[in-house]
Design a protein around this ligand. Sequence first.
Ligand code: SF4
Length: 393
Amino acid sequence: MTIAIDAAIDAHSDLAGLDFPAFSAWVAARVGHSARFHRALYRQFMQTGRLDPAALPLWREAEAARPGTIDAITAAVAGSLVPEVTMLTRSDDAELGTTTKVKCRLADGAEVETVLVPMGLGDPTSPPSPEFVSPSAGLPVPHPRSSRHWTVCVSTQVGCRMGCHFCHTASMGLVRNLTAHEIVGQFLAISAATGVRPRNLVFMGMGEPLDNAEEVGRAVRVLTDHAGLGLAHRHITVSTVGRIEGLRRLAETDLDRINLAVSLFAADDAVRSIFVPTAKSAPLADLHAALTDLKLPRGRRILISLVVIPGINDGQPHVDALKAWIAGLPVLVNLIPYHPIPGKTWPAPTSDQVAAMSRRLDEARIPVRIRRTKGEAVMAACGQLAVERNRSE
Ligand code: SF4
């Protein structure tokens, strides 16, 4: 099933939620003109977060075909098309580069957080990137050297109703879902503010993405549109604490072409429910069935994120339970050392404890890797971003 996008959209502030056909229809309804002009305009918007038809080489042709084109488009998009960003934190890591977190202010005043994560430096001897300062937010260049890749972590809801006990966002409750425009807008806004064009995107910020699967699906369609951003499906990851209805929706759409990370905590309903209260109404048996129904691309594995908390979920019985639960599923287990947060008594594991858990999984022939880097850890489990948020406040 394909998720339809309403081309009859009127508000210019929703443009970032349009794929090229819908965007082209929006422009055509106002000023007509060729698909070539629409395509150039769309590419400009997706590259800069701005619509400035007069800056396009095609503008004379468009103006000659229909005088007033430039003014009509400029008037239609007066104001900001993407969220306003303000700097929250930058954390420097000598090996990895700089993680940049910004606050995105939405049209109704609601705010969400978006994070730009370096995925390892490129050539460490490479010269510094050119200085780039955002015209809107005055953000400095994220890192003096070029990262090999960048990942942007976007929010999908204002707040969240899953109530996970380790997560700061949970304390907000659910305020509202984000629209596709607001989700893609975070990508455009942080790109424009930092001068960085991320290769990867993870739905792992505020909110449970599969609790807002419809708008996440629309956003994926826009993000992967080759007329614009053209992100590869394999470079997009959606992380869930196991929202069964959302997984069912995923199975009905082309969303199952993107990567899926499931934050499991333990293959034991009682232990899992300690961390994710909604797991009580979505038991592991149902979660396994929903994952089984996904039509994954050949060779694609489901990432099972296990945040390791010593004494809670890292014993041999937990490994045995996990081995039984994953039967029939193509999985790769990500072990993520737990980062304690204020007000919680669970301890952080030592590196020896994480290594011991990895050995147990390996001996049980469960594919496993340890996520060591901060950036990768941010990518690996829902709520860990929220943990980072707590640590930085
Ligand atoms: S960890 Fe994710 S799903 Fe759970 S409350 Fe936080 S944002 Fe929501």
